[in-house]
Design a protein around this ligand. Structure first.
Ligand SMILES: C[S@@+](CC[C@H](N)C(=O)[O-])C[C@H]1O[C@@H](n2cnc3c(N)ncnc32)[C@H](O)[C@@H]1O
Length: 239
């Protein structure tokens, strides 16, 4: 269960962060959507449309990189007026969802579902669903994404990725969590560069870790790591 804290030769915000964030925000991301992702997206649309027929005032909560979907089920209990979409690209992890102890609601009544898919594709497709169904994503969570601590891997961190501005635009409020302070600092700074209000704070998850939302959160907390929550919100738009 014990895990080592993140080790990196990078101890503060990457010198290239601002240049990258601005360049990416000004560049269109052209990778074609693969048929597999389009098929998963069609499934998501069908499920959400059906949910909306019975719950017309529902909103969406998005749980990106949800792993086994433990957090997705947790968020569904917390956001009872929302339908929670959990996405993770690992079949190994998403398959485990059915085996989780807490997953005992029936598929018909539960207000969430976990799909195996690549966020890079689903994030680009979701605005169409939100527009067509006139539905809002009230909160976007992305908990403990891979930190990629080597300095030259900054492009793999979500805030260094070409789709970061797209990721933030999905919801008025985005929350990320990490066990690496530099990730939290950089992510909040990248969001501010894009005009968001952003801050990070330490998160305390005490033994016996019943409050942990995910398997990684429980493992990191049990190993004594400092955990951080990054909150990013859209600034008010003045007309
Ligand atoms: C460190 S794990 C955290 C999982 C979970 N949120 C937790 O806290 O237990 C990072 C997760 O991100 C997922 N992931 C990485 N890149 C992804 C992508 N492009 N699309 C979807 N999932 C991705 C991985 O499959 C992995 O499950």
């Amino acid at each position: 269960m014990n895990s080592s804290p993140v080790h990196s030769s990078q101890t503060s915000i990457h010198a290239d962060l601002e240049r990258l964030v601005r360049k990416h925000a000004a560049t269109e991301y052209l990778r074609p959507i693969p048929p597999f992702s389009a098929a998963v997206f069609a499934e998501i649309c069908g499920t959400v449309q059906q949910w909306l027929q019975e719950h017309p005032s529902a909103s969406i909560v998005l749980d990106s990189c949800c792993g086994t979907g433990e957090s997705t089920a947790h968020l569904a209990r917390r956001h009872t007026n929302a339908f929670v979409i959990g996405i993770d690209k690992s079949a190994h992890r998403t398959k485990k969802h059915g085996q989780l102890e807490h997953n005992n609601d029936s598929t018909e009544t539960r207000n969430y579902q976990v799909w195996r898919a690549d966020c890079e594709d689903i994030w680009r497709l979701l605005p169409t669903l939100f527009r067509e169904q006139k539905i809002i994503c009230e909160k976007h969570y992305c908990l403990y994404p891979n930190p990629y601590p080597k300095p030259h891997h900054i492009l793999r961190r979500w805030h260094g990725h070409p789709l970061f501005s797209h990721m933030l635009a999905l919801s008025a409020e985005t929350e990320m969590r990490t066990n690496w302070r530099v990730y939290a600092e950089e992510c909040a700074e990248a969001a501010r560069i894009l005009g968001y209000t952003a801050h990070y704070q330490e998160l305390s998850i005490d033994a016996p870790f019943g409050d942990a939302m995910t398997a990684f959160e429980r493992k990191y907390a049990a190993s004594g790591h400092t955990l951080y929550k990054i909150c990013m919100t859209k600034q008010h738009e003045f007309s």
